[in-house]
Structures are given as C-alpha cells and as structure tokens.
Write a protein that binds this ligand. Structure first.
Ligand code: TZP
Ligand code: MG
Length: 359
C-alpha cells in the first residue's frame, strides 16, 4: 500500500490523462461526425483547460507525472478505454463525457485533499461546462434530432409530374420542410437510384434527414439517414441491424394493436394513419381518424407522425389529438407554389403546437 501524498499524485496523473482522453474523443466526434465547429472548438477549449491546470501546478514545482508507476498499477490490465465496443454516436458521446466527468471529480477531490484549492475549483468549473457540452452534443445526433421534425414531406413522382422530384424537393426545403422521405413504388430501380442520389445531395446540403421508404438496401446504397417501414415490409429488428445504431427508423401503424407492438421495437417514430381519406396510396387502409391518434398518444413515448389526407385547413385538430409530426404527400406534391404552401404548413404547425403547449 502506498501512502499519501504520493498515491494522491498518482491518482491525479491517471485522472488528468483520463479526462483529456475522454474530451479528445468527443471533440473528434463533434468535428468529424457531427461536423459542429463550435462544439469541437468548445471541447478542445475544455481539454486545454485541463492541460492548463497541470501546467500551472508544474510551474509551482508540483509534478504529478513523477509519481507515475504504470507497471505496478494493479488496475492497468482492466483499463479498457470506454468500457467495451460502443455502437452509436450517442453511446460514444455519453460514455466519454462520463469518463471525463468522473475523472474531473477525482481530480477535484484529490486536489482538495492536498489543499490545492485553485486546482480543485478549476476542475469543478471544467466539469460543469462538460455537462452542458454533453447535452448540446447529444442533441445534434441524428436520432435525437428527429424530435425537432414537425413537418415531414414524402415524395410522389406521379403527383409531382411534370416537375422532377429534385425540383419539388428544393422548393419544399426552401419553404422549411424538416425531413424528406423518398417514396416511389412506381419508379424503376434505375430511376430510384438516379433520383435517390439527387435527393440525398439536396437533403445533405440542406442538413435535413433523408428517409427511404420500404427498402434497407436502397437506404444503405443512397447513404440515407433512415428508413420508413410498412406493416408488411422488412422486419424492424433486422433493419436496425443492417442500418446501424445511428439510423432513424420509423414504422406505419393503422390500429392500436399495431402501434402497441411497434412500441416494443427499436424505432424512432411511429406513424399513424390514414387520419383522413387519401388518394395518394391506392392500397391505403380505411381512415383511422383522430380517436386512434389520441389513443396511441397515451401509449407512446416516442414521436408520432400523423399521415393521410392532412391539409393546412385540418392540421390543427390533428395536432390537438397528439401528433408530433405532420406528414404529407399530395398537399405538397400537387401544390402550384410548393415553397409558399410549405411555409404555410410550417406556420400553422408552429401555431398549433404552441397552442397545445399552453393547455
Ligand atoms: N400511408 C398512410 S396514408 C399515406 C401513406 C403513405 C398517403 C398519404 O398521402 P396524402 O396525400 O398526404 O394523403
Ligand atoms: Mg411500405
């Protein structure tokens, strides 16, 4: 057994490295995966603040690294980085922030024990900044960002004709569409790839989620952000395995039993519909109406998308019935002025959500 203060300096040395490593991982995720310049800059700033604490100590003649004794560290074999393979960006951010926060807490306590009050206070400040940055970076992850999608536009080349889907997508995005689903059962595979690639580029440039209907193979080939599945499509569990932990996956439901079953699956949203009669899906179920939406709202802890016959005129009651997102095909695809109609939808949705929030 080692006696203080040498053992405390060993703890300080180990945890200084641990804090910097955790911060470095999240800094790189923010830079390379989430592509957030401000967040990666702020994580870097925190990492430099940790280094700063040690530089200041060193200037005062305190050198924790001199107590380093890695060969005799009885925990060295078990030191396994973040604790195993992490499968999603969110998991990686959470575990590395946690690592940084815990290390900073140990530093704080150790500095206190050595009566190094300034260093202890600096570590506490860095730890609190890290909690804030953790929340901010998690909110940028693709699956978390779905919670901000309230207006979801779905394509139909037939209804959009003679305009191309790319033209229609550009226009609805310029009006504020918050997610785009590529759904076109009637296109040939050649056209699915051609058009899909164009839509992927447009949505990528706009920074909104691009979801592919039915087919995980097409979604993967187009590097889509997610997949929308019907009741008779690919099973969700297998789709999640193929698409990975960062993909957004949604599923259509038409009855309460289907919705309850879907809520057990690894989904990011469920859609409920058709709310009203629709002409955009020839094999659509009979309208399920608003009562089903209200019932699903009571059961669901994930976002709900309402679909089928929704217009600017009837959306308020649909939102009052509990949906988080309004999805449309024809209201946008058939509009003469797509940008203007989209702007009207966004305004009406924002107003209705605000009203609902007041109740
Ligand atoms: N699923 C249920 S209704 C529907 C789908 C894909 C079509 C909705 O289209 P519209 O034109 O908004 O009624
Ligand atoms: Mg389908």
């Amino acid at each position: 057994m080692k006696s203080s203060p040498d053992s405390l300096y060993r703890m300080i040395d180990v945890n200084g490295n641990r804090a910097s490593e955790g911060l470095r991982v999240v800094e790189d995720i923010c830079r390379l995966s989430l592509e957030s310049e401000p967040l990666s800059r702020n994580f870097k700033k925190l990492r430099h603040q940790v280094t700063g604490v040690f530089q200041k100590l060193e200037a005062e003649g305190i050198k924790p690294w001199k107590s380093r004794d890695s060969e005799n560290d009885i925990g060295a074999d078990r030191a396994s980085g973040t604790g195993g393979i992490k499968s999603s960006l969110e998991d990686l951010i959470r575990s590395n922030c946690r690592r940084g926060e815990e290390a900073l807490r140990v530093l704080e306590e150790s500095f206190q024990a050595l009566n190094l009050r300034n260093a202890a206070a600096q570590c506490a400040t860095i730890r609190f900044s890290l909690y804030t940055l953790e929340t901010q970076s998690l909110s940028l992850c693709p699956r978390s960002r779905w919670k901000e999608v309230h207006f979801y536009v779905i394509t139909d080349a037939g209804i959009a004709s003679p305009r191309s889907l790319s033209e229609v997508a550009q226009k609805t995005i310029s009006g504020g569409a918050q997610a785009l689903q590529f759904r076109d059962p009637n296109l040939s595979w050649k056209d699915k790839f051609k058009t899909g690639k164009e839509l992927r580029k447009i949505t990528w440039d706009a920074g909104i989620p691009f979801i592919v209907n039915d087919r995980p193979d097409l979604a993967l080939a187009l590097e889509a952000d997610g997949l929308h599945l019907g009741q008779d499509d690919f099973p969700v569990k297998e789709a999640r395995t193929l698409m990975g932990q960062d993909a957004i996956i949604g599923k259509s439901t038409h009855t309460l039993a289907q919705a309850i079953k879907a809520l057990q699956e690894p989904l990011d949203y469920i859609s409920v519909g058709p709310i009203y009669k629709t002409t955009s899906k020839p094999d659509a179920w009979d309208p399920v109406g608003l009562p089903l939406l209200s019932q699903v709202r009571l059961k669901s802890n994930i976002p709900i998308t309402a679909i089928g016959g929704i217009t600017i005129e009837n959306l308020e009651i649909v939102i009052q019935s509990g949906t988080d997102t309004i999805a449309v095909i024809s209201a946008v695809m058939s509009a003469d002025d797509i940008k203007k109609v989209t702007q009207k939808f966004i305004k009406a949705i924002e107003r209705a959500l605000k009203e609902r929030g007041k109740q």
